[in-house]
Design a protein around this ligand. Structure first.
Ligand code: ADP
Length: 135
């Protein structure tokens, strides 16, 4: 159905990554690309000042390893870790990479079913493509 799917992944262990990936696979046409994207939120400048100079690089490497582990070593999903603001960066990534479907959880598990998280909300409002919201 879709050729280029994006699954944003927040690495905080309370989320069910595999079901979002399974949904992306079900929505994918043959030969489609599936990308798992984790956004590292920027540290405020006054905090960054106290961190070691290579902190950013180390964090990027560590979170790339963590994302691969979260995906369980699957071969059909490309892990990508970038820095930025979660909601804005997911939308920008989708625009820049011609994504045609984003699969995103509505919110953290355990929150009210009436709520939609701030990241999911921003993605639904501003995405340039279809968005599948997982409840
Ligand atoms: P909540 O505030 O309940 O955590 P969010 O809207 O932040 O709700 O999270 C919903 C979904 O948005 C997550 O399951 C994930 O798919 C995506 N998301 C949130 N933060 C990030 C992030 N830093 N990187 C990638 N995806 C994210």
């Amino acid at each position: 159905m879709y050729k280029n799917l994006l699954v944003p992944i927040a690495l905080d262990h309370s989320r069910d990554t595999s079901s979002a990936i399974d949904i992306a696979r079900a929505l994918a046409s043959e030969g489609a690309t599936i990308t798992a994207l984790t956004v590292i939120e920027e540290v405020p400048a006054q905090v960054a000042h106290y961190l070691p100079p290579d902190h950013g690089k180390t964090l990027l490497a560590e979170l790339t390893t963590a994302l691969k582990a979260e995906l369980g070593g699957v071969q059909d999903v490309k892990p990508v870790v970038v820095r930025g603001h979660a909601g804005r960066t997911i939308v920008d990534y989708a625009k820049e990479h011609d994504v045609d479907c984003i699969v995103i959880a509505s919110h953290r598990p355990g929150l009210s079913d009436y709520l939609i998280g701030s990241t999911a909300n921003r993605v639904v409002r501003h995405a340039p493509c279809a968005v599948h919201v997982v409840r």
